[in-house]
Ligand binder design. Structure first.
Ligand code: FAD
Length: 471
């Protein structure tokens, strides 16, 4: 096969830069949040406009160049990088415009949530984004997206008014309830497989009051009581103002296993204290809870092992509530065995995410591509390690933890098996998209018959198994 001459793309770009190996900034552009996801691309187009994105996509198709799109760079699967291929890198496209008349936010496809949270706050507004503000708006939204405000306003995609998308044939289209409705259905949960999102328009909401949030750490001896609290919280307290994550990790410097709760309340500290009084009564050994403006809340987890630049894999499973003490302990024991036997993995964590699904489930399951509309809760399996020699053992742990939760937590039942944005390890698109899979495959055939956008979950209908980091 003749090698692809990427330099010819350079001359076609009007406002954007093409980086090739050896160019200033090329190596830097290959970095991802997880070093596991970094690959040696042949070229990186640092795009600035929809037109240059369209030119790049058309050029890639014409030249048979494998393509990947990079938003915030947080996918641990490597779906935003490509070995020997061309990356459409959106990191220069981070403009945010707030429209105070309609409380809407227009943001470019390379924004991270910090850009949106801060711009919205200038006008007393907030949007439904993720709980860690350096994640990308692009990947998070196109896969569904949820955060602290989801109990009140639903998923990020439920607040999406329109997206401007560059399709596989290079057309630039507006996709909304009224224009290209079938694509609007597909991008709300599986957008990564349908094009490059140039800009998103979101509904935002007034957020006049401060919120209260933080991390409470507990000795593991409290585990059963904490599980009981989490079930009580789920039954009696969970509402559109509150949400929590519950799990375990062994943070530095002591690296002693701890249970922890990251708790959120959309209100003042006194209201938080009243809402979580039973939890506070369990004698946390550390408590960082404090009142803050909403735009700060998505920084609370930033420094909790979520810094950039180490080897990590994210994986997931969904579980039925109530959470069983025995299952929680089993996952804890499995994790502890893993961190004790694998050097430098102590910051690996499990997080059972207890968010109200009421608003999310008001939208019918087949109304958008995501099937993440279920009373089941998501569990985030976060594995962190040091070197590439440890990759196989760490990925095997991540996979087997996901299997354990799926088999014993009831995750395989119903339509929602795991969050598509978390699950990459041997995830099967048919299972991830359940009732919506066939329609997705059909639309994929209509809009991307050559499967140009295939680095995320492959929806061509020809592959039902995607192995971790598979090319
Ligand atoms: C620390 C951490 C915290 C997280 N917290 C949350 C959370 O609170 N809520 C939640 O819902 N998820 C959360 N996630 C998961 C998150 O949704 C995914 O990791 C998501 O893929 C991140 O998107 P990105 O743009 O940063 O990643 P990338 O790696 O840049 O992209 C991921 C995928 O999306 C595609 N993509 C990105 N931008 C675009 C675009 N503009 N157009 C077309 N395709 C695009 C890429 O091609 C790739 O396939 C978290 C992840 C991490 C690592």
């Amino acid at each position: 096969m003749t090698p692809i001459d990427y330099t010819t793309l350079r001359g076609e770009l009007v406002d954007s830069v093409l980086l090739l190996p050896g160019d200033d900034g090329f190596e830097e552009s290959l970095h991802r949040w997880s070093t596991l996801a970094e690959k040696k691309s042949a070229a990186v187009a640092l795009v600035q406009t929809a037109q240059d994105i369209a030119t790049t996509v058309k050029w890639a198709v014409r030249n048979n160049a494998p393509l990947a799109v990079k938003g915030g760079g947080h996918a641990t699967s490597g779906s935003s990088s490509i070995e020997g291929g061309l990356v459409v890198d959106l990191s220069k496209m981070r403009r945010v415009t707030v429209n105070v008349q309609g409380n809407t936010i227009l943001c470019e496809g390379g924004c991270i949530w910090e850009d949106v949270d801060m711009a919205a706050a200038d006008y007393g507004l907030a949007a439904v984004g993720g709980t860690v503000n350096h994640t990308g708006v692009g990947g998070l939204t196109l896969g569904g997206g949820y955060g602290w405000l989801s109990g009140r306003y639903g998923l990020s995609i439920d607040n999406l008014i329109y997206v401007t998308l560059v399709l596989a044939d290079g057309r630039v289209v507006k996709v909304s309830r009224d224009e290209n409705e079938d694509l609007f259905w597909a991008v709300r949960g599986a957008g990564q497989a349908f094009g490059v999102a140039v800009e998103f328009c979101f509904q935002a909401y007034p957020q006049p009051n401060p919120v209260t949030a933080g991390i409470l750490a507990f000795k593991t001896e409290r585990m059963d009581e904490l599980v009981d609290f989490v079930n009580y919280f789920h039954e009696e307290l969970l509402d559109d103002s509150s949400a929590l994550g519950f799990g375990f990790t062994a943070p530095p410097p002591l690296k002693v296993p701890l249970c922890f709760v990251v708790a959120f309340y959309n209100g003042k500290k006194e209201a938080f204290d009243a809402h979580y009084s039973k939890l506070l009564g369990l004698e946390p050994v550390m408590n960082t809870v404090h009142e803050m403006p909403y735009c700060q809340v998505n920084t609370v987890l930033n420094d909790q092992g979520n810094d950039h630049g180490t080897r990590r894999a994210q994986n997931a499973a969904s579980i039925q509530m109530p959470l069983q003490r025995s299952l929680f302990r089993k996952t804890f024991n499995k994790w502890q065995e893993f961190i004790n036997s694998t050097e430098g993995t102590n910051q690996s964590a499990l997080l059972y995410e207890i968010f109200s699904q009421e608003k999310t489930c008001e939208v019918p399951l087949t109304a958008t591509a995501t099937v993440m509309r279920s009373p089941k809760m998501n569990v985030s399996i976060s594995t962190r390690w040091l070197t590439d020699e440890q990759d196989q053992v760490c990925l095997a742990y991540s996979r087997s933890m996901s299997n354990l939760l799926r088999e014993e937590g009831g995750g395989a039942e119903g339509n929602f098996e795991a969050y598509a944005n978390y699950s990459y390890v041997e995830s099967r698109p048919r299972r991830l998209f359940g009732a919506n899979y066939n329609r997705l495959v059909e639309l994929k055939g209509k809009y991307d018959p050559k499967n140009v956008f295939r680095s995320w979950h492959d929806l061509s209908g020809t592959k039902d198994v995607k192995l971790f980091n598979q090319e």
